[in-house]
Design a protein around this ligand. Structure first.
Ligand code: PGA
Length: 245
């Protein structure tokens, strides 16, 4: 199976012109890369502009609301994102949880909404620096998984993608080592096996995210199903190196 590399642009860049420049540069330079599923998650407003020219690139939303439509000022639904051409939707990113107060329960509703549209949820989970120091990582992750996935029907489990994103590694330049990430991914699979079954745990794709760059990416890609890349994905040359690794 192809490794997935997701470019999470977060709230960047601030103008369409700049966004198109990055998008076009990535598209052009990566057109012969077949061994990777390349996914761009730009801010919502750029999606309809990229939709018809995405070619080999896939699009992702960075979040969505769990209702389809209605009186929810400021929200965007999975159905709308589907119409804007996305295949994936990132959910439960630590910035959503921490800054915007998203709870495990809300994330569970969002995952359900994304599956209802037959899109692929990229379910992010991870522990803080303090939780890691206090040896709470497994407890924290188990809770995030058990609540976050409680509305996933067994027949749709194969659509789920999990992204292990330790909060202490995001944007800090201090990634989690490959060994530690592998240990935690194994634990994530064990919990999924308990909640669903062994087959689901084996088949589910678990990505890593947090301070990935062109120098460290190949070490992860040897053993992990894919990567979620933040800062480095806004620089087309750097991102291309990650894709080629
Ligand atoms: P980073 O962000 O690569 O800038 O650390 C990763 C993420 O938040 O997905």
């Amino acid at each position: 199976m192809k490794k997935i590399i997701i470019a999470n642009w977060k709230c960047n860049p601030t103008a369409l012109k700049e966004a198109e420049k990055i998008f076009k540069a990535v598209k052009k330079s990566s057109k012969n890369i077949r061994k990777r599923e390349i996914v761009i998650a730009p801010p919502f407003v750029f999606l309809p502009v990229f939709k018809n020219s995405a070619s080999h690139l896939c699009l992702a939303g960075q979040n969505c609301f769990y209702q389809e439509k209605g009186a929810f000022t400021g929200e965007i639904s999975a159905k709308m994102l589907k119409d804007s051409g996305v295949k994936y939707i990132i959910l439960g990113h630590s910035e959503r949880r921490r800054i915007f107060g998203e709870t495990d329960e809300m994330i569970a509703e969002k995952i359900k909404a994304v599956l209802r549209e037959n899109l692929l949820p990229v379910f992010c989970l991870g522990e803080t620096k303090k939780e890691r120091k206090d040896k709470q990582t497994f407890r924290v992750l188990e809770k995030q998984i058990k609540i976050g996935l409680k509305k996933v029907p067994l027949k749709k489990i194969n659509k789920l993608i999990v992204a292990y994103e330790p909060i202490w590694a995001i944007g800090t330049g201090k990634p989690c080592s490959v060994e530690e990430a592998l240990r935690i991914i194994l634990f994530i699979r064990k919990v999924i096996a308990r909640v669903f079954n062994q087959k689901a745990a084996r088949n589910i794709r678990v990505l890593y995210g947090g301070s990935i760059n062109s120098k460290n990416s190949s070490n992860y890609l040897k053993k992990i199903d894919g990567l979620l890349v933040g800062g480095a994905s806004l620089n087309p040359e750097e991102f291309l190196k990650i894709l080629k690794n």
